[in-house]
Design a protein around this ligand. Structure first.
Ligand code: THU
Length: 162
């Protein structure tokens, strides 16, 4: 038996002021997107902003539905829109944030497993790392260098029959 311990590199900015200008701008766009969420049931408004390699920014916000499972997270609305608009352009980075109307979020919002899986697919498709930046409404901001570090032992296309 062998024991394997994984290490995850994460950069932490203690506040928004510490962020480089390009990330500040992308975070503002994610915050703006969060205000356009349709979160009638959870009231949790999530926004995502993807910077594409062609310099375009595509945003998304969670979209809910009376049939709860029909809804979709902000990250996937953004990722699917980005891929539909620019199918040949790699994703460069994604900023994710949220608004909790009952109490400001003091820790960075974390993408769910399905969103990690979807982002991983695009990272693999282009062989290009997608930086992931997570923010709350206040407090620290986390910065990961790629999606793979957020989803170790991922299911990928290589498992499927040839
Ligand atoms: N949600 C997102 O959009 N992204 C996340 O990273 C976590 C959760 C949405 C889904 C649902 O509309 C609401 O937040 C509550 O789960």
């Amino acid at each position: 038996m062998r024991k394997i311990i994984l290490e995850t590199e994460m950069r932490v900015y203690d506040s928004r002021e510490e962020l480089p200008e390009d990330l500040k701008d992308l975070l503002r766009q994610a915050e703006d997107a969060a205000t356009r969420s349709y979160a009638k049931y959870s009231h949790f408004q999530v926004g995502a902003a993807i910077l594409m390699n062609n310099g375009k920014v595509v945003t998304g916000a969670n979209q809910e539905n009376a049939v709860y499972p029909c809804g979709l997270c902000a990250e996937r609305t953004a990722a699917f829109a980005a891929s539909a608009m620019y199918p040949e352009v790699p994703f460069n980075k994604i900023v994710i944030t949220a608004i909790n109307p009952s109490e400001p979020l003091k820790e960075p919002v974390s993408p769910c497993g399905s969103c990690r899986q979807v982002l991983f697919e695009y990272e693999q498709k282009f062989g290009h790392p997608i930086e992931v930046i997570l923010a709350g409404q206040e407090g620290p901001i986390y910065h990961f260098q790629n999606v793979a570090t957020l989803l170790p032992y991922t299911f990928h296309a290589g498992f499927l029959p040839k």
